[in-house]
Design a protein around this ligand. Structure first.
Ligand SMILES: NC(=O)c1ccc[n+]([C@@H]2O[C@H](COP(=O)([O-])OP(=O)(O)OC[C@H]3O[C@@H](n4cnc5c(N)ncnc54)[C@H](OP(=O)(O)O)[C@@H]3O)[C@@H](O)[C@H]2O)c1
Length: 356
């Protein structure tokens, strides 16, 4: 079941499920908007249900996995995930909101374990992708002294859902310091970041998303900082910025992204980079890869888990790279007699620094 099938992201998810030969039930709160979906979905079952409706439990019972694409997730995630768990059904979502992930872990882990199902929030571009990249870079390890995640977008054309979610998500963001979740300093730190590829050197601001909560769930990280380039943020702040417009036959926008993850453990430094096209569209193969694995048993659990905890991260990334047009993952590893990250950025005389 794709909940929020009427949304921009939900439609990419429905298409990806169909591409893989799966049969989604199209669900959402509005029968009218579900009926207005593209004619190519004519044969698919529709399910009108609000997250506060008394028949929510009956609506989710019997499906294999609920994939929640309806945000703000502050409104939808807990009731839907709870209904799924009570019905003995796996749950995934694409939330970037930190408090949502914390709440699902806190409130549903035990129930999910008892029900024998997995609850995996943030299986998407923001959140899950960085979690999977870091998990893969650790290569079976679970500890690092320092991790930096820099997301770079050439443009951010936000959907209405992104704008509403940003406006609702006012709680103080969290980072990891000394192994603990702590509030992001105010004002958020700024600096420059040398992105690989065409973005090159850019001003960035520390802006953590749901990856901080997922990573803290299963990995022992001393310091974790997440950055976004400020030009991407300016697109969000500008209320006149366009929504994403289709620029290829799959409906993807022309937006280019990079997720650059640097990991230091002692003098061992690793870097893993994912680049691709359209952060909304790419969330579909990410979450559908999770759904497919929950359906065919290639997952750990049960319980409320991070993406890299529930799934074999390297195997998921290999599958994404193989099956997603334009998605590339580069792994670089560098050991030296001293830290290769200096002042929070790769030393220019190291392989890592030169990789910029
Ligand atoms: N983590 C990531 O990387 C990532 C990636 C993509 C999207 N997202 C998040 O996913 C959410 C959806 O994004 P989008 O781009 O698809 O936005 P969108 O095109 O504006 O669609 C929003 C969807 O959510 C549904 N919805 C909103 N509030 C609801 C509620 N209270 N009850 C039931 N349904 C509700 C809408 O249903 P109606 O049609 O009935 O209004 C619609 O289906 C946003 O929160 C966005 O931030 C995150």
């Amino acid at each position: 079941m794709v909940y929020g099938a009427t949304g921009h992201t939900g439609r990419f998810v429905v298409d990806e499920l169909l591409r893989r030969g799966l049969t989604p039930v199209l669900a959402g709160r509005s029968a009218e908007r579900l009926a207005a979906l593209a004619p190519r979905y004519a044969d698919l079952e529709r399910c009108e249900v609000g997250v506060d409706d008394s028949h929510l439990g009956r609506a989710v019972a019997g499906v294999g996995v609920v994939v929640n694409c309806a945000g703000p997730f502050l409104d939808t995630a807990l009731p839907l995930a709870r209904a799924a768990v009570e019905a003995g059904v796996h749950y995934l979502d694409v939330t970037a909101e930190q408090p949502v992930v914390s709440r699902l872990y806190r409130e549903l882990d035990r129930a999910a374990r008892n029900a024998g199902v997995a609850v995996v929030p943030a299986m998407a571009f923001y959140g899950g992708l960085a979690d999977l990249l870091l998990t893969a870079a650790l290569d079976g390890g679970s500890q690092a002294d320092e991790v930096e995640i820099a997301i770079g977008l050439d443009r951010w054309w936000p959907t209405p859902g992104t704008r509403v979610t940003g406006a609702r998500n006012t709680s103080v963001r969290q980072v990891i310091q000394g192994g603990e979740l702590v509030p992001l300093p105010n004002p958020a730190p700024t600096r420059t970041w040398c992105y690989p590829g065409p973005l090159r050197e850019q001003p960035v601001v520390e802006l953590p998303f749901s990856e901080v909560i997922t990573i803290h769930r299963h990995l022992d990280i001393g310091e974790l900082r997440s950055y976004l380039n400020t030009t991407a943020l300016e697109d969000i702040r500008d209320t006149t910025t366009s929504t994403p417009l289709p620029a290829d036959e799959a409906g993807r926008s022309a937006q280019q992204f990079v997720v650059d993850v640097l990991v230091r453990r002692g003098s061992d430094v690793r870097r893993i980079i994912c680049s691709g096209r359209d952060i909304y569209a790419v969330s579909a193969p990410v979450v559908v890869e999770g759904a497919a694995r929950l359906l065919d048993g290639r997952h750990r659990g049960p319980g409320a888990m991070a993406p890299g905890q529930a799934f074999d991260a390297s195997d998921v990334l290999d599958a994404l790279e193989r099956d997603t047009d334009g998605l590339a993952i580069e792994r670089d590893r560098h050991s030296s007699d001293g830290p290769v990250i200096r002042d929070g950025r790769p030393r220019q005389d190291s392989n890592l620094g030169q990789a910029n």
